[in-house]
Design a protein around this ligand. Structure first.
Ligand code: AMP
Length: 229
């Protein structure tokens, strides 16, 4: 039991960063999984930080959460250069100075436009790091962008920059190949055995949120911080 000046402070809300495709995928199971994750996050009072696009799986997660928990539960962070590509006209009533769509806050939540990709990634990670118990990162299926963000986040965990869970939501066995690669990399001596579980896996949204709540950090990690990366 905590005592002292902060004992009556409201507990920090869990914050989950979801990495996922800017495309919906070919099977409806992917969109369904994105909606299910959004629904469970909203019902469990978990807020979302994400890439800020309105397209593909990322738009689905954001829309679902806002429809249940309201716009304050979602923060999208998008680099200037991607605004043109990752916001469509579906729920946009205004355009910015360049004529690009500005998504409705009442549909997609709060959005922040930042100067570049690195700023976005750091801001998203910081929000998770500062979140309450159960905060972490979840990857739904996606393409190169998803994989790049996912592996960078795993690497930041390996370096000791954060200690939050990183969970693959393995819909349709989508991440079986990546899990196999981790085994191979450990077997061949390129990933330390203790770091094999930096990426954990779950087959459904409920198990993914549970995996973040129960996440244990590896003791094989380095102890760096942002400045020493
Ligand atoms: P994708 O999985 O390829 O559909 O991309 C999902 C998201 O990853 C995109 O919406 C981008 O915002 C983001 N992303 C992050 N890093 C990169 C990168 N280096 N190149 C392209 N997209 C990226």
């Amino acid at each position: 039991m905590t005592s002292g000046p902060n004992s009556n402070a409201t507990p920090r809300r869990a914050k989950v960063c979801v990495y996922c495709g800017s495309s919906p995928g070919n099977s409806p199971v992917y969109v369904k999984a994105a909606q299910e994750l959004g629904r469970l996050m909203a019902e469990n009072n978990i807020s979302l930080v994400y890439g800020g696009g309105t397209v593909g799986l990322m738009g689905e997660v954001a829309k679902t959460i806002v429809s249940i928990a309201g716009p304050d539960a979602v923060h999208g962070i998008i680099p200037e250069a991607l605004v043109k590509w990752e916001r469509d006209a579906t729920y946009s009533t205004t355009t910015d100075a360049n004529g690009y769509h500005v998504p409705e806050e009442q549909i997609y939540g709060r959005t922040t436009v930042v100067k570049d990709m690195h700023t976005r990634k750091q801001m998203m990670a910081r929000e998770v790091i500062e979140g309450g118990p159960g905060s972490g990162f979840i990857a739904l299926p996606g393409g190169y962008g998803t994989m790049e963000e996912l592996l960078e986040t795993a690497t930041w965990n390996q370096l000791g920059i954060h200690d939050k869970g990183v969970c693959l939501l393995n819909i349709n066995g989508f991440y079986d190949g990546l899990m196999q690669w981790i085994k191979t990399a450990v077997g061949e001596g390129f990933v330390k055995g203790g770091n094999a579980d930096i990426l954990v896996t779950a087959n459904d949204a409920e198990s993914a949120l549970k995996a973040l709540r129960e996440y244990k950090v590896s003791d094989a990690r380095y102890g760096l911080d942002w400045g020493s990366e």
